[in-house]
Structures are given as C-alpha cells and as structure tokens.
Design a protein around this ligand. Sequence first.
Ligand code: NDP
Length: 258
Amino acid sequence: MHPRSVLVTGASRGIGLELIRQLAAIKDGPVHVFAACRNPDTAEDLQAIIKDHPQVHPIRLDVEDDASISSAVETVQSILRTTDDGLNLLINNAGISEKQGTGFSVLGAERAVFQRHLDVNSIGPAMVTQAFLPLLKKASSMSNSAKMGAHKAAIVNISSGLGSIGNNTTGTQMVNNAFYRMSKSALNQLTKTLAVDLKNDGILAVAFCPGWVQTDMGGPQAHLKVNDSVSALITTIEKLTDEHSGGYFQHTGETIPY
Ligand code: NDP
C-alpha cells in the first residue's frame, strides 16, 4: 500500500530529486508528492518532472531557516486541506558534506564547519519534523490501519553509514573529517528518540544509509547509480512496519549497528 502523501527535503538534485521522480511515476501512487527545496524555481530537473506530474508540488524549504520551514508547512497544509489528508511520509533527505581539501581532519576543522554540518544534517531534520508533526499525527489518526508504516505515518531520515559509531573503524581516513560523521550520528539519535516518543501516536521513525551513490555529494566513482539506490530505498520503505521503528538500515534493508 502506498502513502497518499509524501514530502521529501533536498528535492532539487541527487537522491531527493530521484525520490520525487520515482514516487511520481508509481501507478496509483501518492496523491500528493511535495518536493521541498531551497530554490524550486531554478531547479530545472524538478520543474521538468512537475510539468508531467500534477501531483508533484514544489515547496520552498531551507532546513536552516525556521521561517521557511513554517511557511512550507502552511503551503503543504493548504494543499492537503483540499483532500482532507494529513502527511503520511516525511523524508528528511537534505544534507551537506563539505570538502575541505586533502588531509582535513578533526584537528584542523573550524568551529563554523562543525556547526554548519550539525545545523543542516541533524538540527534541520529535527526542526522540519517538529513543524510537520501535526500533519503526521493527523495522517496517523485518520488511518484505519492497525500497523505502523509509510502508508500510515512515518519519518525517514536519510543518514549515512558514516554516522555509525559501532562500525567506525576508519576514523577520519574515509571522509577526511569528523563533522559529517558527527552530524549523522546525531541524526541517528534523533531517529531513535522520535521512534520511542511517537510510538503511541502510531508514527514510525527510521534512519537509512542510501549506499555510496553517484550524486554531487557521492561523486562519479561511487558504487551505486542514483536510480538503483532510490528504487531499493522505496521498496524497503514500503515494507516498514512496527518492528522496524527506531532502526537504522541500509537502503536494501539490512540493519546497521548504531
Ligand atoms: P547532493 O549534494 O546531490 O544533494 C543535496 C541536497 O540537499 C540538494 O538538494 C541540496 O539543495 C539540499 N540541501 C543542502 N542544504 C540544504 C538546506 N540548508 N536546506 C534544504 N536543502 C538543502 O547529495 P545526495 O543527494 O547525495 O545526498 C542526499 C542525502 O543522502 C544527504 O543527507 C546525504 O548526507 C545522504 N548520503 C549520501 C550519500 C552519497 O553517496 N551520495 C551517502 C550517504 C548518505 P541545493 O540544490 O539547494 O543545494
């Protein structure tokens, strides 16, 4: 069963854009697909999808800007009101991983770089989730499904395997920095906390690593094509249920240790 409404942040390019493309292409799929990004008017690839898919709505949203988050909620609310829906699925995908040259380690990083990564990759998703929570709760309370899932109400945080503390054997050697790892570990903690807090509301929360993906962030040498990562991700998301809430998974569904 597909969700009736989905919102994806960071929908201008990369994994977020591909999520919008594949969600919009599902036959009898979501009634509303909200493509949230900083500059929807200049996101040409997104505009091309919107042209052929009237169920895709461009939404202006910068995860670092509280006013933009509030105004995105108002816009989404006004569109959902037309079909008396809540929001079934929130995908916190927007993220950054700044390249600071070679040899850039935890010891050489400026405070502002740590702060920026925490702000976009972990605090941003917390603020976005807070703001959309009433719409997720509405979707959950309107659902007649006894089981949790993306068809009812779910928060999916796009984390990274690099956020795993349990799997960290390469320190800064793998990404040349600690701030990205730290920001994704914090996102994982947010995920688990949401899963515990929202269980009684019937809202599921999970974190995913999309794999190493060929995007602007992942680079051309990455193992996975963006369409393959995203199609596996969508298949796995649609199978999520109560037992998965609070989990941290690979795009293909295998558990990653926190
Ligand atoms: P890209 O760099 O290709 O795209 C990043 C997206 O995030 C863009 O849409 C960008 O928007 C958006 N974004 C950045 N800052 C903000 C902000 N302040 N507010 C709103 N949107 C913002 O990255 P990917 O598609 O590869 O990454 C998507 C997610 O997957 C990220 O969370 C990333 O950490 C995670 N990930 C990616 C991996 C990979 O190999 N690619 C591996 C593991 C995790 P704009 O166009 O406006 O800049």
